[in-house]
Structure formats: structure tokens, C-alpha cells
Write a protein that binds this ligand. Structure first.
Ligand code: ZN
Length: 442
């Protein structure tokens, strides 16, 4: 059965009042979504997608439980209303205090047990005694609670009342999709996972940056088309791939977004191809952006790039983060909270992302209209260099490089890489030379 898009509600009339501080709008969206108990299916996920619809007109799709997606099957839908462990009528672990207290996808249970019987179902982090871990059991039946080591050590002896008021029933998995069309049908895939409960950096930061990017792209003309996916991790990406296999050859570039709100430096993980245009554009931008930014090779571990870059697809999809998954101590714990992410980091991430995409939009090859010898730049007011200086000014160097490599074999990004100049400098030089009629698009 094909997915049924539901028409989005009308967008908010004007959301430009967002921006009183850089990143402020993204941060407030994270604050709003943070308390919702999300998972790979269920009402929390739908509520999150509907909230995104108020920012940008994503379509919502529902994939029924039991639907096959390659080697996987969409699981029953999980919904939870309440959960607790109580001792003498007093809640000692309480889902209402934090949704992280329940292992995601826990089945329903209501019983009384001793601490020894309860203990195998309790998860804590001895190395961070005040933090509550985030755990799930999507693919194995079971139930459990997560709590801080201090809470665990303070549990009294005696009988405990255990309640998880949850359902695991046939339903559906939800995801959101938005196509922002450009002049070309060539697409840039922007994908983020939307399945984590109260975790700010891993999940909500990527979501917020993707929403902001979509808002900005919709407000300008675009050479490329952009397809945004807001999917539950792994199974959501697989379900989307299974339903959209016929159109995958339109995807010329792609990025998975996550962990974009912490104070760490930007990190780009290359696609499996390793040398795709997105890999080169991101590496170039990050090199230019700062000393501490990092570019890493593909590894089959991380987020949904694992699916997009599986051998049967091998899409040119990299992954942009600040501190990558698993490399910050707060990862998958209650300490990945609203204090870990900052508006400034979100703003910086979004700006870098936009500049990477600008490279993809503007990169092209040029040819000289008269390739024999150098054109006389001084006569055209393009070369102010004083004869005898050891080095020409940067702008003049950019002109010379573009003129020399305008042979239909070197794109502007290749010129920038070879010349050690920024893409922006090279693109500006190409514009000036093109305006003068010295080069033209190949
Ligand atoms: Zn995660």
C-alpha cells in the first residue's frame, strides 16, 4: 500500500521574528520538543512531526506495522501513558519525572516484586552516578527502567510495585518528508533521526538545524532540489528507502545531520564513496572554517548514513556533526539536556551547512573565451598589482588561478583546492571574469 500523505496545515504567516539572537529560534524549538516521549513509532513521534509542520510544510507518512523493509520489519506501534516503580505507595522511579526512566519499547507490566527480582530490569551508569542512561529494546521483547546510580543505591529493601502502562499494538511508523524544488531535479538529501525522547544534542539539534535550513532554502532561489527526511533511526530510513528506491538516482549529494548543538568543533564524516562532491565540498569548507574542525573517513557505524551508504545504494551521503555520537560523555544519558546545546553552536552549524550547500550549488566548470596567453587584466581594471611585489593580492591570485584552470576540466572547487583559496574567493573571481567576458560556463 502506498504511503498516504496528509496535507500539512497552513504555515505560520511569518517566522522571521525568530531571530533576535543567532540560533535562538532553533534553540526554542529544541526546548519545546525536549519533553516529548519520542520513539521509532507512536504518538510522541507524530506530535514531533506535527510541530515541525508548523515551521515547514512537511508531509507525514504512515508505514503500517508488519511492512517489510529489506531485511527488517516495521514493528508494532509503541505508546506509553505512565510508568513507575513504587515502594509503599511512593514512586521511587517515575516516568513523569523523565521519559528516560523507561526503557524505550518496554512492554506493559503490572506486578509486585522484590528488589532482587527487579534488579535485572534496572539500568544505571556507575561511572556517572547522577545521570540516567537512555536505553531501548526495539527488537527484543522486554521491559526495564533506567535510573541514576545514586537512585539505585538508595532503593530500600522490600516489595516494589512495578507498572508500565504501555501498549505495543499493530499501528504504524511515522516519518516526515519535504521536497524543496530547485531549477534542477538533481537532489540533495538532508536526513535526520527524530526518534529519541528527552535528549537534546543527539536528535533534537539535528532536527532543529534541518528545519531552519529548510526555512532558509524555501526563502531563496535554488539551483538544486532539496529533499528533507525526518525519520526514525534505522527502520525509518530503511522504510523510506524501500518505498522510494525508484527515485534514488536523483540524489546527487546528501547529508545526515546530528549532534549539531554542542560546543565541540564541526566534524564531517565522508560518504562511503569518499570522494563525492559532498565529501570535497564539506572538507573544503571545514578546512577553511577553523583549525579544530575534523574530517573523517567513512565507517559503517553512526547514523542513517549506514543505510544510505550500504552497498546496494552507495549514495553520496556524508554525516555532519559537531562532537560525533559516542564521543561526548553525555551521549545517550540524561546529561544530553538543554544545557549541552547552545544557540551559538546551532547557528554556527547551520551557517557552515549553508556554505557547504552553496559550494554544491555554485560549483561548475568554465572555459576561457580566448585561451591563448593571459588576458591583460590591468587594462580591464582587474589587476591593480604593483609590478615587482613578491606576491599578488589574494583576489588577483584567485583571478590568475581561475583563468589558468578554465579549461572545462577543473571545477571551481578544484581550483579552490589547488590554489589553497576559499571557494567564495574563487567563485567571486569567476564572476568578475565572466562579467568581463573572459570566461564562460562550460
Ligand atoms: Zn542516539
Amino acid at each position: 500500500m502506498p504511503p498516504i500523505p496528509t496535507s500539512p496545515p497552513p504555515g505560520r504567516p511569518d517566522v522571521s521574528q525568530h531571530e533576535e539572537e543567532p540560533g535562538g529560534g532553533m534553540y526554542r524549538l529544541i526546548e519545546e520538543l525536549y519533553p516529548i516521549c519520542r520513539s521509532i513509532s507512536g504518538e510522541g513521534l507524530r506530535e514531533t512531526l506535527r510541530r515541525i509542520q508548523r515551521e515547514v510544510p512537511i508531509s507525514l507518512f504512515e508505514v503500517p506495522s508488519g511492512t517489510r523493509a529489506f531485511d527488517w520489519t516495521v514493528p508494532p506501534e509503541w505508546n506509553i501513558r505512565d510508568a513507575y516503580v513504587a515502594h509503599r505507595g511512593e514512586r521511587v522511579i517515575d516516568f513523569r519525572a523523565s521519559n528516560l526512566h523507561v526503557v524505550g519499547y518496554s512492554g506493559p507490566i503490572r506486578c509486585t516484586m522484590t528488589l532482587d527480582e527487579l534488579r535485572p530490569h534496572l539500568h544505571s551508569l556507575p561511572e556517572h552516578p547522577d545521570w540516567v542512561p537512555y536505553r531501548t529494546s526495539y527488537w527484543a521483547e522486554g521491559w526495564g527502567f533506567c535510573l541514576s546510580q545514586r537512585q539505585l543505591e538508595a532503593l530500600p529493601d522490600g516489595e516494589f510495585e512495578v507498572c508500565i502502562d504501555a501498549t505495543l499494538n499493530p499501528g504504524s511508523l511515522s516519518y516526515g518528508e519535504l521536497l524543496v524544488p530547485g531549477r534542477s531535479t538533481d537532489e540533495v538529501l538532508i536526513s535526520c533521526h527524530v526518534c529519541h525522547p528527552s535528549l537534546a544534542n543527539d536528535n533534537l539539534s539535528g532536527l532543529a538545524v534541518a528545519v531552519e535550513l529548510a526555512r532558509r532554502l524555501r526563502a531563496r532561489t535554488r539551483a538544486l532540489s532539496y529533499r528533507f527526511l525526518f525519520v526514525p533511526g534505522t527502520i525509518g530510513a530503511l522504510a523510506w528507502l524501500a518505498r522510494n528506491e525508484a527515485g534514488l538516482d536523483r540524489i546527487k549529494h546528501g547529508l545526515v545531520l546530528s549532534c549539531l548543538g554542542d560546543r565541540g568543533p564541526l566534524t564531517y564524516k565522508r560518504s562511503r564513496r569518499g570522494n563525492a562532491a559532498i565529501d570535497r565540498a564539506a572538507a573544503h569548507l571545514l578546512r577553511q572554517a577553523g583549525l579544530h574542525s575534523r574530517v573523517r573517513d567513512f565507517v559503517p557505524y553512526g547514523y542513517d548514513e549506514r543505510q544510505y551508504c550500504s552497498p546496494g545504494f552507495n549514495l553520496p551521503v556524508g554525516c555532519l556533526t559537531r562532537t560525533p555520537n559516542g564521543e561526548f560523555p553525555e551521549y545517550h544519558t540524561s546529561a544530553d539536556n538543554l544545557d549541552l546545546v547552545t544557540p551559538a553552536a546551532l547557528a554556527d552549524s547551520c551557517a557552515a551547512l549553508q556554505r557547504i550547500l552553496e559550494i554544491l550549488e555554485e560549483d561548475r566548470c568554465y572555459v576561457r573565451t580566448e585561451p591563448r596567453g593571459e588576458p591583460q587584466l590591468g587594462r580591464r581594471g582587474l589587476y591593480r598589482g604593483v609590478a615587482g611585489l613578491r606576491q599578488p593580492a589574494m583576489e588577483e591570485l584567485a583571478l590568475l588561478w581561475v583563468l589558468n584552470l578554465a579549461d572545462n576540466r577543473h571545477s571551481l572547487l578544484e581550483v579552490a583546492e589547488r590554489a589553497g583559496l576559499s571557494f567564495a574567493q574563487v567563485a567571486e573571481a569567476a564572476k568578475r571574469l565572466s562579467d568581463e567576458g573572459l570566461i564562460r560556463e562550460a
